[in-house]
Design a protein around this ligand. Sequence first.
Ligand code: GLV
Ligand code: MG
Length: 327
Amino acid sequence: MSFHTIDQATARLNRSELAVPGSQPQLFEKAAQSEADVIFLDLEDAVAPDDKVQARKNIIEGLNDIDWNSKTMSVRINGLDTHFMYRDVVDVIEQAGQRLDLIMIPKVGTAADVYALDMMVTQIEDAMGFTKRIGFEHIIETALGMQNVNEIASASRRNESLHFGVADYAASTRARTTIIGGVNKDYAVLTDPLDADQTRQSHWGDMWHHPISKMIIAARANGLRPVDGPFGDFSDPDGYQAAAKRAAVLGCEGKWAIHPSQISLANKVMSPSDEEVDRAQRILEAMKVATAEGKGAVSLDGRLIDIASIRQAEVLVQKAEQISQST
Ligand code: GLV
Ligand code: MG
């Protein structure tokens, strides 16, 4: 282990993160009753420019008046390149900061963007006498943001999570996609022509593998939660689950839900199964016995387990405990 220690961000369940447009306050109550772990009320891309001011008012009112239970609440502000951003931050935090856990920063490009927001938020919190500190969620969704993801991840003690914003990322990199978060049949390998009697097959690949992996590494190296962003076709639960599983396998803790039907899918994929928890507990037991006998590795169910297995098993058991405490 390195001498450098990694401080972990505030522990929160973040399996599903529901996007709710600030311009549609009629959806707020239903969102509060949902099973989503985190809700972000949106002031950015789901809200037309003419509706931004009213959406801000709706969000302030909704945060103050609705019983959001124990949900983690976030607001997606407008980008730093728009004149809406400063009022989003000032008005929402001054008027509803007590019920806000996080702000979500879209299209973050550099560590200086984070620094500027940290400065603003700190001034507002101090002026208001708030003691609770609002955390930051950053959407990595531009080529610039992806290039600077490591510096962004370490730019503020408020940072809690990094999100892969696949829609804007595709636009920024000019990637060829049609469905948000979907894949493209042109990103495929063709089986070898020399493979005798076989007809050649095209195996689709995951065109998002590299950027999401890069973001996950930056998040984990800085103690933050990596979260996968949207999957646009909400009439395709199988496609959604496949994308969520890929993200989970790589290390993401959660995925966005842009439709309520996606919440339970994300919660399921991002929670360890009973079998996984059971095996993790057996690993911990087996390693306890091994350690007492002075051994660093033993076999369990015909497979080698060692001290690294303890760390993986502990992470899994902790996640299961976090989930059971939230229900
Ligand atoms: C999310 O904001 C995205 O662009 O995918
Ligand atoms: Mg976006």
